[in-house]
Design a protein around this ligand. Sequence first.
Ligand code: ZN
Length: 164
Amino acid sequence: MTLVVVHSISLPPGEYGGDAIERLFTNRLDHAAHPYYEGLRGLEVSAHFVVRRDGEMLQFVSCDERAWHAGRSVWRGRENCNDWSIGIELEGLEGQSFEAAQYTRLARLMRALAARYPIEEAVGHQHVAPGRKGDPGPGFDWMRLRRALRSDRPRLPFAIGAEA
Ligand SMILES: [Zn+2]
């Protein structure tokens, strides 16, 4: 695993705090519970981590195993990002902002991942599937993540947010 892919998700979109994300990632979503969920039938997705609005972190897949978060994807000429990336879902809505607690938790998680895996870069789903996916979107502040990562050490552990 050499890449981190940051996503955003909320179920239903724009509503926070329920258990639908956990249910989706463990194939237990009740599709009849909300009209939006009907469209998710048959969708088999997962992510390694979810970071909730209050910073609580949940893990669904071991970082040594592949999760199904990126879909058809390519980064720097290398395809199928699921094979070589760790997927982190932030509870949120594409285009909207994220909470301070989420940046703090994300930075801590990235530090831990960089200590254990040869992570080279962290980018958004929007970067590895342009035109198809737009999350986490313009409301996610990559500079803020960089600052959070720098707060305890002068150097970033790896490139952040599709830097050249
Ligand atoms: Zn995504």
